[in-house]
Design a protein around this ligand. Structure first.
Ligand code: TRP
Length: 452
């Protein structure tokens, strides 16, 4: 693997674009706003931000540094430093399968909404009509599966053809476009009559709402949103030149990612209150609320089409990064053909995703205990696998690679890492202990839910 000359990012901007492309996706635009709604509002946002600063950002630096130091993707990176740790790469592959199995289902909803936006079917403010469009989709197995298949096929096409360059270029237009659009939607949302309630819900934490459950979900969301815990950032970091300033890079990705999530929150939640939707709606929140916001804007349909198109791209740059990790295991580690591996892995993920989609249909029997397959994949990937991956990453960088070596790597570009002692302390103690406490509870709750 090392004998091949490795391609490096053409520029630091290229890396940031790809890493931000992986990080910014459905996690920010779809999941964050509805999780704020189901986890008690401002309290969840506060815990999220706390974990982002104390755990997510230090781990982002750890991941990128590990990648650049070893110049290897996730499998090689762990293995090259300590053979006994090669199982982490394997964990990453499993995690990629599980996340993408439900991510592609949601990707399908986005495509379906894009089509409906183009056809002008979403042009209403009536909560009931919008709720029924969503529930009709949820109750049509054929629609769910066909659109999931299209989303998976698009992801596979990108990974097979290595048109990542093309995606990179397209992202250069789509990502800033998405940001601008989200800001416009957020402005419309907060200026709607009756939005104040929603702004307060987002910003004013009711600390009595902070429970272990909220903390658990917030931590899982940090890892999911930053694409941390499954080796994406290690792999991307491995393509960085030694001159690149890792510090500013490791800070800008979480900053951009969080900005996107917060703006999406402002685009959605105030409108929920202003237009008479239900804040604890769950996964349907964005799909039923945002069309109503578009309907209350001049040129609403155009904004609606542009929005779902840009979210499609954001979702694809994320799904591509997940599939890439699993495929590269077969290509790099097992010397399999790239095209065949992508097809095989993609098809298996699609098949795994079918029960996830079908479990959403009312009266479905795709349940284990109290959890639908959709929830099982979601919880298994974020609460269990990513959180385990993040825990292992911190232990590995802190104690196996050692923070001293990591700091050396960080300072290679000629910068002085003044906060090195703080970062080392976080990665050695705060992150592993904090993540472990949550992880322990996540295992417990997950098993209980499966048995119930
Ligand atoms: N971060 C992406 C989002 O917010 C999802 C994602 C892409 C991801 N690659 C990942 C999550 C790897 C965990 C691990 O939508």
């Amino acid at each position: 693997m090392e004998t091949k000359t490795r391609e490096n990012w053409s520029s630091k901007a290229g890396f940031i674009l790809a890493a931000a492309g992986s990080a910014i996706g459905l996690g920010n635009i779809w999941k964050f706003p509805y999780s704020v709604g189901t986890n008690g509002g401002g309290a969840y946002v506060a815990v999220y931000l706390l974990f982002l600063v104390l755990i997510g950002t230090p781990l982002m630096l750890a991941a990128i540094t590990l990648g650049r130091k070893t110049q290897l993707s996730v499998f090689g990176a762990y293995k090259s430093i300590d053979r006994r740790w090669s199982f982490v790469g394997f964990l990453a592959v499993i995690c990629g399968f599980v996340i993408l199995a439900f991510y592609s289902s949601v990707g399908g909803w986005i495509l379906y909404y894009f089509k409906n936006a183009v056809m002008g079917n979403l042009n209403t403010k009536d909560p009931q009509v919008l709720a029924s469009i969503f529930s009709n989709m949820m109750n049509s197995p054929a629609t769910l599966i066909v659109y999931q298949l299209i989303f998976m096929a698009l992801t596979m096409l990108i990974v097979i053809n290595g048109i990542k360059k093309g995606i990179e270029v397209t992202s250069k237009v789509m990502m800033p476009g998405l940001f601008i659009l989200l800001i416009i939607i957020a402005i419309r949302s907060v200026t709607l009559e009756g939005s104040m309630e929603g702004i307060k819900f987002l910003l004013v934490p009711d600390f009595s709402k902070i429970t272990l459950e909220v903390a658990k979900n917030a931590m899982a969301q940090v890892f999911f949103s930053l694409s941390i815990g499954m080796g994406v950032m290690i792999t991307y970091g491995s393509y960085l030149d030694k001159e690149v300033n890792l510090l500013s890079t490791a800070v800008s990705i979480p900053a951009l990612d969080t900005l996107a999530a917060l703006v999406a929150g402002f685009a959605t939640i105030p409108a929920v209150f202003a237009l008479g939707f239900e804040v604890g709606e769950g996964p349907g929140l964005m799909f039923i609320t945002l069309p109503a916001v578009f309907a209350s804007m001049p040129l609403g349909q155009i904004f609606c089409i542009a929005f779902f198109l840009m979210v499609t791209f954001a979702a694809l740059t994320s799904s591509m990064s997940m599939l890439e990790i699993s495929v590269s295991y077969f290509v790099d580690e097992l010397q399999k053909d790239r095209k065949k591996s992508t097809l095989a892995v993609g098809i298996v993920i699609f098949l795994m995703g079918i029960p996830a989609s079908l479990s959403l249909v009312q009266g479905s029997s795709f349940y284990i205990g109290s959890l639908s397959f959709f929830d099982i994949y979601d919880k298994l990937s974020s609460n269990i696998l990513l959180t385990t991956g993040a825990f292992l990453l911190s232990i590995f960088v802190a104690w196996i690679l050692t923070t001293k070596e990591a700091v050396k790597e960080i300072e290679l570009s000629g910068i002085r890492f003044k906060l090195a002692p703080v970062w080392s302390f976080l990665v050695k103690y705060v992150v592993p202990v904090g993540v472990f406490i949550i992880l322990f509870n996540s295992y417990k709750d997950f098993i209980i839910a499966l048995l119930n």
